[in-house]
Design a protein around this ligand. Sequence first.
Ligand SMILES: [Cu+2]
Length: 141
Amino acid sequence: MNPPAIPREPRRSSHSGIRTMSTLLLRCGLGLGLGVALALDAQAADPRAADHGAHAAPTVSAAASAAAEMSSGEVRRIDQERRRITLRHGEIRSLDMPPMTMVFVVKDLAWLDRFKVGDRVLFRAEKIDGVFTVTEMAPAP
Ligand SMILES: [Cu+2]
């Protein structure tokens, strides 16, 4: 809630300026809406082109940054009931952690079925609500 404006000469002229501006913005918005509608039509006509435009670049950069943050480890113990996995891991730079063996909570319970004791893995660990959590996990290449 704004306090009522005190009417003064300089303000009055700027107020009319603002009104003109919002009219322009409104027109501009309508123009954009039309533009988006046309773009959507174009994508519908050629779904292959739209797919490349929308996904190619983000997928590459996401994969690259994920690989950079993955740490290597070996599964030492699996605890289905408590949703935990014990990993002997290498350095985890994002957590400033030296190599050690420790327990993590896993984000995806399916990993506890997929991986077995002795498996070598690449994983990403994050501290979520104060709990070290494996948020990504894959077999080591
Ligand atoms: Cu650790």
